[in-house]
Design a protein around this ligand. Sequence first.
Ligand code: NAD
Ligand code: ISE
Length: 348
Amino acid sequence: MTVNVGVIGVGMIGQDHIRRLTQVLSGARVSALTDVDMDRAKSVGQGLPGEVRVHETGQDLINDDGVDAVVVASWGPTHEEYVLAAIAAGKQVFCEKPLATTREACERIVDAEVAAGRRLVMVGFMRRYDDGYRAMKDVVTSGDIGAPLMFHSAHRNPSVPPHYVSDMIINDTCVHDLDIARFLLDTEVTAAQVLKPRKNSRASDHLTDPLLILFETASGALIDVEASINIQYGYDIRGEIVGEAGTVELAESTRVVVKSDGRYGGRIPEDWRERFIRAYDLEFQEWLDAVAAGRSTGPSSWDGYAATVACDAALEALNGGQRVPVSMRDKPDLYSSPATGAGPTGTD
Ligand code: NAD
Ligand code: ISE
């Protein structure tokens, strides 16, 4: 089966996902597009094979009978509206992270999915598909390093686009670290604190950069996240778990180490597109296969909710300067197994 995909938001990652859907992966066709910037949507549509309808609104795209499943790749605060509309239409939706930018918005999505009685949403937490993080998870699960005590995460961006604001350091950037920490440690965040080191003089006036965020968890393990968004030298993602009897850390992402002239070195990725290219491909192929088979897969709305709730606490800590406790609602049964029946045939 070829899945007809409609894409809402055709900026940086929307275009990158369209490239993988049309040129890299199998089983998909991009049948419709939309963007608030209609000129951009039209120009992206013109470069694609076959008939591609360019809609005025996301709602029109979701209602299009020629769209089987929806990709939401617009700005974070706009995700809720489109995800709710896709659930109402009974269509599977791949929503780029964050699921939504507030706890309340995520709760409305969880409530809508629970009312629909089936999982329709996959959140784009692609780190779960990265070979490095998966190998770390295997080491933790094997018990070789003992119970995890700490997870040190560093999330360094060389620069950020002009529309980026300080809150996004937490709810757009560090939301990845939160999700991967939940995945690796299998526990929930219970409190957040934020420290502000000396400001990077290269950061714009309106940005608080860097940040050091400390999360407490239900298991007792601590998570610290260093977030830097003007690091200049490249896109550098680091992670290390310290266990009771050993450690496991992400290796450098370079494939080769060059030794020459008394030095050694390797390539640092330019941005997230380069660093996680294989992870994005894997997550999307898994989503397409699940949509075609009428089932759900991948990080769920619950995962999106849990990460955003922790980010909300960190934002409060950033703005109020204190330790902020995190409380989560009870997990609905719908999310107790990794994947339940979804899609047109609702097979479970
Ligand atoms: P971008 O600014 O390059 O693109 C966003 C696009 O959405 C723009 O073309 C904009 O005009 C459009 N848009 C904004 N509001 C809209 C609306 N209401 N309806 C339709 N279109 C709208 O941003 P981006 O970097 O591509 O990020 C988009 C989303 O993808 C964000 O949620 C971001 O967090 C996420 N993202 C995820 C990753 C990842 O690693 N998983 C990487 C980059 C971006
Ligand atoms: C971007 O939206 C992403 O999701 C990238 O993975 C992240 O590194 C970057 O900071 C975000 O702005």
